[in-house]
Design a protein around this ligand. Structure first.
Ligand SMILES: [Zn+2]
Length: 193
């Protein structure tokens, strides 16, 4: 049962703490305009203090209903715009105050499409000075799709314990985990400017 699964994740997340990588991104976002694009549904980046986070797969601390307009079929006539922050996991029987449908976490479930925010990506890409890929492989989606948007960014890094060099032409590739390598990279970027 999906609601039970996400209810457990919600409870687990409350107990989780941000790690060195989350804090490094927060430090960078204190100094520069940083947009953090993530597949994570937890809110550890926010907990660490990262100011702007795009959750491509949604957020576990929000709920929407089964008739929400983001859920396929996208051209459905029955659409709802209810979405709200939660402090307790969504339960079976919790109904949308707007349309009366069952509520569910605001996360992208298997088989549902991911909104890549293509328009926004196209708008910001030419303004980006530095791109850092971290916490994912360059070969899996949606990360792999993101790389094409930032192809012409002058300075690009990718941190990966097992970097896929084919996909990373033009990148400074750093082999290692995000928690180990990202703080060092952030330190270097902050110190030179
Ligand atoms: Zn609704």
């Amino acid at each position: 049962m999906e609601l039970d699964f996400y209810a457990q994740r919600f409870v687990q997340m409350q107990a989780c703490q941000a790690n060195a990588a989350h804090h490094a991104i927060a430090k960078l976002s204190d100094r520069f305009d940083v947009i953090c694009i993530t597949q994570n549904i937890d809110t550890l980046l926010e907990k660490a203090g990262v100011k702007e986070v795009w959750h491509l797969h949604g957020r576990i601390d929000y709920q929407k209903c089964e008739w929400h307009w983001e859920i396929p079929p996208l051209d459905a006539e029955w659409q709802c715009d209810y979405k709200a922050k939660i402090t307790q996991p969504t339960q079976l029987g919790d109904l949308c105050p707007k349309c009366g449908q069952q509520l569910r976490p605001d996360v992208v479930w298997f088989g549902e499409s991911v909104d890549m925010r293509v328009e926004q990506l196209n708008a910001i890409a030419p303004e980006v000075d530095i791109f850092i890929g971290v916490g994912t492989s360059a070969q899996v989606y949606p990360a792999a799709g993101l790389l094409t948007f930032f192809e012409y960014v002058p300075e690009k890094y990718f941190i990966d314990p097992e970097p896929a060099s084919d996909a990373l032409k033009g990148y400074t590739v750093i082999a290692g985990t995000s928690a180990a390598k990202l703080p060092e990279l952030v330190e270097n970027i902050c110190n030179r400017s």
